[in-house]
Design a protein around this ligand. Structure first.
Ligand code: GLN
Length: 242
């Protein structure tokens, strides 16, 4: 967090075009989990009418249909504030279409190849079958140990290059692509995932990881997890049923 302010500034990037499945809720979860600890937090919405500021403390981007995703890609290419923020280590959460936009390129379901912004070493091609359903993974990064849960709905399948590592190993669902059994991408301060949900409402550990990084602290006071754990138990059972 910047020295000049005691507020965590959360960038909700392009909710006007990238917000399928209420992914904007991820910014609300970050704000609420900060405020419940007595930390002031504000959401700054960045729409297609705005340049992307590079000085915010944490950024979230959501999923989108192919056309909306193209508009977002063009905007992020023209206004490279997110790229600059990631370069200085600001945490970025990219959901579904956003993981594709943050890669080197993606092919739409109509077969057009669109250049992404190369924050993640990955490429995306349409899969034969759309992946839809509950997704549950075992996290592969040190700071997380609880299963990651969400809902996936994507035609694109992403292949990671050597600079990106997966976020999780797939226990239920498809993840990055049929057969690979891995999910998401982590590179520097960027975390990409196919988990919709909004993902942070279901995965408080991931929310707190982003908050800790935004604040530059090692730990945060624990919060009551009863309600979210009830939701997680119910959703994990749904994922197991398939
Ligand atoms: N349009 C992309 C795909 O189908 C992303 C979809 C989404 O964000 N739900 O792969």
């Amino acid at each position: 967090m910047s020295d000049t302010t005691s507020t965590v500034r959360i960038g909700l990037v392009l909710p006007d075009v990238m917000g399928t499945y209420g992914d904007g809720g991820n910014a609300l979860v970050l704000r609420q989990r900060a405020r419940m600890r007595g930390i002031d937090a504000q959401i700054q919405q960045i729409t297609l009418d705005d340049p992307v500021p590079e000085s915010l403390d944490v950024y979230t981007l959501g999923g989108a249909e192919d056309y909306a995703q193209r508009l977002a890609t063009r905007h992020l290419t023209r206004h490279p504030g997110l790229q600059r923020a990631a370069e200085r280590g600001a945490p970025v959460l990219a959901i579904c279409a956003a993981i594709q936009v943050l890669g080197h390129w993606y092919e739409t379901s109509a077969g057009e190849r669109v250049d992404g912004i190369s924050l993640l070493d990955l490429t995306t091609r349409p899969q034969e079958i759309r992946s839809i359903g509950e997704l549950a993974t075992t996290p592969l990064i040190d700071e997380l140990d609880a299963p990651l849960l969400g809902f996936e709905n994507h035609r694109g399948g992403s292949t990671l290059g050597p600079a990106a590592r997966p976020l999780g190993r797939v226990d239920h669902g498809v993840g990055n692509g049929a057969g690979e059994k891995i999910e998401g991408a982590v590179q520097g301060s960027v975390i990409g995932t196919y988990l919709h949900g909004p993902a942070l409402a279901r995965n408080p550990q991931l929310a707190d990881l982003l908050l800790r990084r935004a604040l530059g602290v090692e730990s945060l006071p624990p919060l009551d997890l009863d309600e979210v754990n009830r939701l997680r138990t119910e959703r994990l059972a749904a994922a197991r049923r398939g």
